[in-house]
Design a protein around this ligand. Structure first.
Ligand SMILES: CC(C)(COP(=O)(O)OP(=O)(O)OC[C@H]1O[C@@H](n2cnc3c(N)ncnc32)[C@H](O)[C@@H]1OP(=O)(O)O)[C@@H](O)C(=O)NCCC(=O)NCCS
Length: 330
């Protein structure tokens, strides 16, 4: 009998504080009209100074566990996709285990830029298929405001904070669940999007802080060019791997980095608006948080049904890109 990972629960969290485009006009030389036309973003949610990635991950995870009807003690493993862990170590996954479960549970952080959640779903799915794990909590959580330079107008307008979580569970001989995925990384483009200091390459020092190297750096134009190629490639190749085509796709849930990048994919595939999940205007780019937030909104709008073929697709630092294809329900 073959096992497949089905989605038993989905939960999301965005902090209550909202930073809108007019608030940003007071911080940097920008304006609402530029931000809306060039990115599609109107507002983003920003965590409180003391609120961490693990705090947001916990809130989303509790909702996902509740929907799945299980507790943290029922989990076999936790994967937290994040680019802004509470600390480099201990892992955010271990921190989360301590909050959710009374007994030890395997756990690991995964870093693959904004594609991290797609990677995490595939790894959890493969672990479940192997038969060694039955229930895995997959979390995407990022506090990008902690690495954003609010004096740099090219990045300050883009990012926000959020978390999303999925409970994956092994079911035997089912047509539902994670059907397959397409994952790629190409480090030759690594400098397009990076956090220069704080690692072994450039340990944090007074000089790195002075130069602002503890903030995210981005080449926006080149990243844009990469994204408009990578997203359609990942959609097509992911679907091909599971024997499906764009026509079979009921809902595309793209990483929300820039509305123009999403629109390019929509035009390429000639998709009706009801087949694409878009909520970038309210959250901005929350990295690994964007896909669960958009999926949850689409679900609330009644656009995700039992049997729906849902394609999650993302790109990000690394460079990384990829997709995963899920037949929703169980
Ligand atoms: C960053 C991004 C929005 C910039 O949009 P763009 O249309 O490429 O704009 P450009 O960088 O060419 O800049 C155009 C002009 O707007 C200016 N500008 C840049 N940011 C601005 C802002 N926030 N407000 C006002 N003007 C701004 C530039 O200085 C430039 O002015 P100039 O023509 O006088 O030199 C866009 O490139 C993008 O979204 N890239 C992908 C980023 C991404 O996805 N990152 C996350 C990956 S997970």
């Amino acid at each position: 009998m073959t096992k497949r990972a089905v989605v038993k629960g989905l939960g999301t969290y965005a902090p209550p504080r909202i930073l809108n485009n007019h608030d940003l006009e007071r911080l940097v030389d920008t304006n609402d009209e530029w931000i809306v036309t060039r990115t599609g973003i109107r507002e983003r949610h920003i965590a409180a100074p003391e609120e961490t990635t693990a705090d947001m991950a916990e809130k989303a995870s509790r909702l996902a566990l509740q929907e799945a009807g299980i507790t943290g003690d029922d989990l076999d493993f936790i994967i937290v996709a994040t680019n802004t862990p509470d600390t480099l170590f201990p892992s955010t996954a271990a921190r989360l285990q301590a909050r959710l479960a009374d007994r030890p549970v395997g756990g690991v952080d995964l870093q693959a830029g904004c594609t991290g959640l797609i990677y995490a779903i595939e790894m959890a799915s493969a672990m479940i298929q192997s038969g060694s794990y039955q229930r895995i909590l997959v979390v995407g959580a990022d506090k990008l405001s902690s690495i954003t330079d609010y004096q740099d107008r090219t990045t300050a307008v883009l990012f926000g904070d959020a978390a999303g979580a999925l409970v994956l569970e092994g079911h035997e001989d089912t047509e539902f669940g994670v059907l397959g995925s397409y994952l790629k990384a190409d480090g030759r483009g690594g400098d397009l999007l990076s956090l220069p200091a704080g690692g072994s390459r450039l340990p944090a020092s007074a000089a790195t802080v002075e130069e602002g190297l503890h903030y995210l750096k981005m080449n926006g134009n080149e990243t844009f060019r990469f994204a408009v190629k990578a997203m359609p490639e990942a959609v097509e190749e992911g679907l091909k791997r599971v024997g499906l085509t764009v026509e079979d796709m009921d809902l595309l849930v793209p990483h929300q980095a820039n509305l123009r990048i999403i629109d390019a994919a929509v035009r390429r595939f000639n998709l009706d608006p009801d087949r694409v999940a878009i909520n970038i205007e309210r959250y901005g780019n929350t990295s690994v948080g964007t896909i669960p937030l958009a999926l949850e909104d689409a679900r609330r709008e009644g656009r995700v049904h039992r049997g729906s073929v849902v394609v999650l697709v993302a790109f990000g630092a690394g460079l990384t890109w990829g997709s995963t294809i899920i037949r929703w329900g169980y």
